[in-house]
Write a protein that binds this ligand. Structure first.
Ligand code: GAR
Length: 222
């Protein structure tokens, strides 16, 4: 059984979705053992408590990045965490953190990386006038919003979209791809070779793949 630690800063919908995917049996071989936030009022902490998962606010105030991360890493180690799942964690990780869990940290970003890294990715996409947007789950490396890509989803961008409508459409697909990535991770199916993730024993898609792929979200969501 793999032990997962979740880091979050806010709403916690991705965390909740992963938790539900474990409860439903979609993700096997994993349990969320601890949730940590850098924000005292993060709703994700409440979700953890409601589900009887140990949850901590670790206050970043007055600490430099590495000292703060040392506290977080120590807590994750206390819980013997195997994998760290970043679920809307709005802090840059120090090299100390990344080295402590090398190749064992996952992140979700609301854009088709490597486009639109950083904050307000959905707004950046709108400003560029792209016709498709999406979300990416990737392994975390020392570069911001970089690292080997595990799964992506795509959604159309419509003329009348604003940040809220596009974010909502992307979020629906985040809730599909993050559980899928965690499932593959916990089934030991992810192989990283030369910076590319390959999925062990994945079926080669046929020509209907792009019509039937559930990771492509239309106006009605998926
Ligand atoms: C999600 O849209 C996630 O992709 C984004 O924050 C939101 C968190 O929502 N993460 C980032 O922008 C990280 N760079 P949630 O708290 O409801 O899961």
């Amino acid at each position: 059984m793999y032990r997962l630690g979740v880091l979050l800063s806010g709403r916690g919908s991705n965390f909740k979705n992963i938790l539900n995917s474990i409860k439903s049996g979609f993700i096997k071989n994993a349990e969320i053992v601890v949730v940590i936030s850098n924000k005292a009022d993060a709703n994700g902490l409440n979700i953890a408590k409601e589900n009887k998962i140990d949850a901590y606010f670790i206050d970043p105030n007055g600490k430099n990045r590495e000292d703060y991360d040392k506290e977080v890493v120590a807590k994750l180690k206390d819980y013997r965490v195997d994998f760290v799942i970043l679920a809307g964690y709005m802090r840059i990780l120090s090299s100390y953190f990344i080295r402590s869990f090398e190749n064992r940290i996952l992140n979700i970003h609301p854009a088709l990386l490597p486009s639109f890294k950083g904050l307000h990715a959905q707004m950046q996409a709108l400003k560029k006038g792209v016709k498709f947007a999406g979300a990416t789950v990737h392994f975390v490396t020392e570069e911001l919003d970089d690292g080997p890509i595990i799964v992506q989803s795509i959604v159309p961008v419509f003329d009348n979209d604003d940040e809220e409508s596009l974010s909502a459409r992307i979020l629906k697909t985040e809730h599909k791809i993050y559980p899928l990535a965690v499932k593959l991770l916990c089934e030991d199916k992810l192989l990283v070779e030369n910076g590319r993730v390959k999925i062990k024993n994945a079926e080669v898609p046929d020509e209907n793949f792009f019509i039937t792929n559930p990771l492509i979200g239309g106006e009605d969501g998926i």
